[in-house]
Ligand binder design. Sequence first.
Ligand code: PLP
Length: 801
Amino acid sequence: MIVRKSTEIYLDSNATTAVLPAAAQAAREAMEDVYGNPSSSHISGLKARDILESARELCRDVLGARDGQIVFTSGATEAIQMGVFSTLCHVREQRLQASTDADEPRLLLYGATEHKAVPQAIQHWNHLLGIGNRIVEIPVDEQGQLDLEFIREHAANADLICTMAVNNETGVTVPLDDIESAIREENESAMWLVDCVQAVGKFQLSLSETTVDYAAVSGHKIYAPKGIGLLYVRKGSPLVPLLAGGGQEHGARGGTENLPGVAAIAAVLDQLAQSDTKTFAAHQQLLANRKRIVTALKQAFPSIVFNTPFESSVPTTINFAVEGFQNKELLDLFDAAGIRVSSGSACGSRVVGSYVLDAMGLPKWRSEGAIRMSFGPLTGESEIIAACERIEEAGRALCDSCRVLPVSPMQSNSEPVDGLVQLKNGSMCTWCLMDAETGNAIIVDPFEELSSRAESLIRCQQSNVLAILDSHAHVDHDSCRSELLAAVAEFAAPSAQTDDLLGWPAAVDGVVSMEDGTTAPFLQFSSKWIIAQVELPGHTKIGRVYLVGTKTDDGRLPADQVELAFTGDMVLMGGIGRTDFPCSAIDAMYSSLRRLCKLIAPTTILCPTHDYNNEFATTMQRERDSNPFLSSIVCDASPISLETFLKQKPEIDQSITDETNSELICGLIKGPTTSCESALEIPRGELKAFFGKHREAWIIDVREPHEFSFAQDWSELGFETPPKNVPLTRLAGFLPAMVRMHNDAARDVIFLCRSGRRSGVAASVARRLGVTTAKHIAGGIALNVSTRCVADDWSEPGYMI
Ligand code: PLP
């Protein structure tokens, strides 16, 4: 068995595959040796034509297409267009010949889980050719199987029915015999197009034994290069060229043929046809590979749910979701672990959720969190074994970073977490303040959506939860404080058990004098910090701000010693909390804002309950500078009067629209203030030289610890020791130190991550708060490190069956 030397494991074969060496060799020969034009009549041309026609014969063998036509195309999308276009041209022709209109509207049917190329082609040509048929989606059940009754009901009026042999996102196999019966019992003449892209190489097709009119195949899914595919057309079915030209492809497609591509796909099909060469793994081996991966996944992610129904799917596709994880998080984790997977079909990767899984009626979280792992019939056993090891390693990394709970506490090697952790889901922020020395923890503004993450953190750190606090009684949801408290009961200190509406302990460690001369109750959180509770109503009648800072020996909490302020929805990034709820106290908001300003320093980090623009945290100084209304309230010299405030504030609240993500917006928020100046465009390959020149800079990797933990050859990027890791969940807590460091010595702060997306966010956050030297590596480090995928040596004899 071959041992991989590569650092990258490719499990995204449904998106595309590497090129089989024999295929690359065939393409090379077609470019270097047999480069004639197949239409030329000289010997070079004849040789090229021989390659073309032999390839066509091979396609017939592999597809079981004794008769009918094989037309080479640029890929499956073109082949699908050709089938749809030919059908609709034929329909138009027939209508022109028939004088009467049809009694009932004619239909174009397609499966709800088809690749987008199918419905898009249908819509496009139906519109462009002026056919005007009704386009109808065939529903699927929870297993992804087409509703045969629906097909039977609608087939009689259909001109075209499009189905797929194997789904690209789930691997679900659709039994062609059953569909054929459902169609043909009702309609002998409707055209039937089958997308066979994900079926070839995985099971035998016998197209001539079916009434399939068109079948589409793509080269780059079966180890041939991109840019080659084919359309099978049943004998006698309409075929109208999409491209008119020199009569190539027996008149079906104009344009000189892509001979290197044809030679390559032929080389692949040749190996497929001669199954005794053992290049393509047998079904049993594919099943064994899947079993291995599934076992590793279950081990790594105990809350995994598989979206692929394994009994009715090809063994090469595993679609799953992990409860409590967005797919982006898992994609980042797998990418860091050197496993390339995808979040659905490659074309739809930017879309939230999967229309395939939605059509199957799966819950939203399974669709939005879906990950697809797909291997091919040439993925080596050694690669599968290595993938499983890395999957298990990824699971361990999640435990170590306290992102999930280990099955047994012995399995966790987590480092003590010290400082502020910001858990985010959409705009919602739950804050966990952790002290490594004492093990104390305080959770502020627990959201249900984030409570399992908070629970994992507490359990994994075996913390002593002093309190779970709400800043206010929420308008649109109940606090999940008591549920979270119950979930971490064995880690809750007696102080956390309280009847207080917002969770403040009944017994405190004392009272502290505040900057405005008032006193506030406090809890001793760590040797350094206390947390004081101040009643500051406004957004709601009961509203509190929790201040974290250092108490002086004479029992004061001076404003400049307040490091963090949990401000709830009172002061948010880009706005102040709304006061137009029945439970709001608008006049109290005026005095609360003025009071807050006195209790904290201009640079105290404000930690709100909501972050609508991905800005993480803020300071009073920043908000005053950017919000003239806030500034006019808290301004020391000549603040606006309460009367003016009471007049202006309702007008501001009225302009709030709650449309963003259909959630209730808790304050008027201005758009984000991102700065593009922070992007460092460093030419590819020059990152090492760049870091060499910037040894003084503070380099910060913002990936989550479970990603950062995967071995990276930092020396490749010019680092003797790895850079500092401050994940985005820890950024807010890190800001005070960063601002201080920047004020002391204006050192460059350079953020980096894999793709440049998260480092860009971090640089904007730092710049907003005055770290003017914050920059980030645009494009990330991914293109600067050598994670080249070295495919297994497929030529090795006895490689795998
Ligand atoms: N059909 C299916 C099922 C696919 O998976 C794909 C590719 O993602 C296509 C069609 C489109 O193929 P091509 O990239 O060759 O146009």
